[in-house]
Design a protein around this ligand. Structure first.
Ligand code: HPA
Length: 236
C-alpha cells in the first residue's frame, strides 16, 4: 500500500492508462479489459488491472490538475514500479487548426505551474513526452484514421483563467491546446526515468467557442483515444 493507493505489491501492471475521471477508468476496465480487478477505491479514485489483447495493463483515475496527478503518478512509479504511463484526457483547443473531436499528442508541455520552477529556478526544464510512446501513438492513431495533431500543449493550473488572451496568444505561437496535467506527469517521468505520454481529445475550443460536440460524439472520440492509448501501451 502507498499513502493514496490501496493496492498490494504486484497488483498494478507496469503499464497504465490514466484518465482524469475515475469513472472513466471504470468504463475502460469494463469495456476494454478482460478479467479486470479493482485495486483501489481510496477517495473513489478507482484503479483496475486486467488484460488487453493478452497483455497485463492497468487503468486508474488521477483527478484534475497537476497536484492530483503528481500524487498518483509518483506513487505508481516509486511504490508500484510502473514504467509506462499514458494520460488520456480532454483539452481545449488554442489553435484554429485544431478542432473538437480531434486528437492531440502532447510532444511537449509548457506550464504556468510552480511545480517544476520550484525545483529549477535557474532553468526552464523542458517537459517532453517519451518519443518511443509518441511515435507509436502517432502511427496507431493514423492507422485508425483519426485526425491527429502532434505538438506542444499548455498545462495550466487554472481552468477559469483570468489570462484567457495570454493563452490564446500561446496558440498563435504553435501551442495546440490547454489541459491541466501533462507537464507534471512528464516531469515525474523525467525524475524517475520512465516513459510518459499525454493523449488528449479536444472537447472544446477557446478559439471557436461555437464548436461543440454531442454526448454521443464525445463518447465515440473518447473511446478512440482509449484504444490508441491501450494499443500504444502494448506495442513493443
Ligand atoms: N482548459 C483547461 N483544461 C481543459 C479545457 C480548458 O479549456 N478543456 C478541457 N480541459
Amino acid at each position: 500500500m502507498s499513502i493514496h493507493i490501496a493496492a498490494k505489491a504486484g497488483e498494478i501492471a507496469d503499464k497504465i492508462l490514466l484518465p482524469g475521471d475515475p469513472l472513466r477508468a471504470k468504463f475502460i476496465a469494463e469495456n476494454f479489459l478482460e478479467d479486470a480487478v479493482c485495486f483501489n477505491q481510496v477517495r473513489n479514485m478507482f484503479g483496475y488491472t486486467g488484460s488487453y489483447k493478452g497483455h497485463r495493463v492497468s487503468v486508474m483515475g488521477t483527478g484534475m490538475g497537476m497536484p492530483s496527478i503528481s500524487i498518483y503518478a509518483r506513487e505508481l512509479i516509486v511504490d508500484y514500479g510502473v514504467k509506462k504511463l499514458i494520460r488520456v484526457g480532454t483539452a481545449g483547443s488554442l489553435s484554429d487548426k485544431v478542432h473538437v473531436r480531434e486528437l492531440v499528442l502532447a510532444q511537449a508541455a509548457a506550464t504556468n505551474s510552480n511545480i517544476i520552477r520550484n525545483d529549477w529556478p535557474m532553468y526552464d526544464f523542458p517537459q517532453i513526452a517519451s518519443f518511443n510512446l509518441l511515435d507509436k501513438a502517432y502511427h496507431i492513431a493514423k492507422d485508425l484514421g483519426m485526425t491527429t495533431h502532434v505538438g506542444s500543449v499548455l498545462s495550466s493550473d487554472v481552468f477559469y483563467s483570468n489570462f484567457y488572451e495570454q493563452n490564446l496568444k500561446l496558440g498563435t505561437m504553435g501551442v495546440l491546446a490547454v489541459e491541466m496535467e501533462a507537464a507534471a506527469l512528464y516531469y515525474l517521468a523525467a525524475q524517475h526515468q520512465v516513459e510518459a505520454l499525454g493523449i488528449m481529445t479536444i472537447s472544446d475550443s477557446l478559439v471557436n467557442p461555437d464548436e461543440d460536440t454531442t454526448a454521443e460524439e464525445r463518447q465515440t472520440t473518447f473511446t478512440d483515444m482509449m484504444k490508441v492509448g491501450l494499443e500504444t501501451l502494448i506495442t513493443d
